[in-house]
Design a protein around this ligand. Sequence first.
Ligand SMILES: O=P(O)(O)O[C@H]1O[C@H](CO)[C@@H](O)[C@H]1O
Ligand SMILES: O=c1cc[nH]c(=O)[nH]1
Length: 290
Amino acid sequence: MQLGPSELILNEDGSIYHLNLLPEDLADTIILVGDPQRVERVSSHFDSIEVKKTKREFVTHTGIYKEKRISVISTGIGTDNIDIVLNELDALVNIDLKKREIKKGKTTLKLLRIGTSGALQDEIPVDSFLLSELALGFDSVLHYYSSEPVRRREIEQAFLEQTKWSSDFSTPYVVGCNQDLLEHFSEQGIILGFTGSNVGFYGPQGRQLRLRSKDSQLHDKLNSFSFNGRKLTNLEMETSALYGLSALMGHQAISLNAIIANRASLTFSEKPRNTVDRLIKWTLDKLVNY
Ligand SMILES: O=P(O)(O)O[C@H]1O[C@H](CO)[C@@H](O)[C@H]1O
Ligand SMILES: O=c1cc[nH]c(=O)[nH]1
């Protein structure tokens, strides 16, 4: 079946609509970052760069790092952007863009998010690295897909009950990372975490500046939720949709977090840029033999 022009949207040069990429521009190992300026901080380590393309907040560099071809792409902020990025990356490898047909043989992408995040628990220090083993999505992106096969219903149910979650918010969903990537990237010093992905940075993460939270207990609820002794470790804004959509599409994904804030101790990293740069270099070196 052919995908029509309003569904699979291509630019004049045949590139995919938002990412502005052609299939040959993309490596099958992809680092995703939120901040467009972080793309260059990753690709500055490459031995050579063959592609540099930009549209809106989506900046892509593809190049070689120690003989491995890697793309690094910025997603901007939020799970709504992850919906765009994941669907378009998948289209680039799994849809014949000229024939507008889904390919029979599928390509599995390796997707690694390098992001910043705030810890919820006192014992997780700023400037540490955290790998999200599980993600709790407060967004609703996954609810628009048939997500049952990848959902962790038991944990979701426990969260709803313990926090008495308001029906004004969307139903939180729980999804896991890819196990092969988890094994490869787990090592001493890397905290394995349970990451909450929120739909905003302030109210939805329990931050109050001038506006009061509707639920003044929100931060405490997130901090104290526990499933079989496992607590939510940190908050950011993309991992849930990345894990959910990757699993549904058959791609591998992990999310690596540079912890720059600790919400329990009210502290913030003195050198967040250094922490992110250390995480970038560590990730690139681990990727070489994956
Ligand atoms: O540093 P990045 O990757 O953008 O990630 C985190 O930082 C942004 C908020 O400041 C959100 O995107 C959050 O997920
Ligand atoms: O507290 C934080 C820090 C970084 N990114 C977030 O989304 N939250």
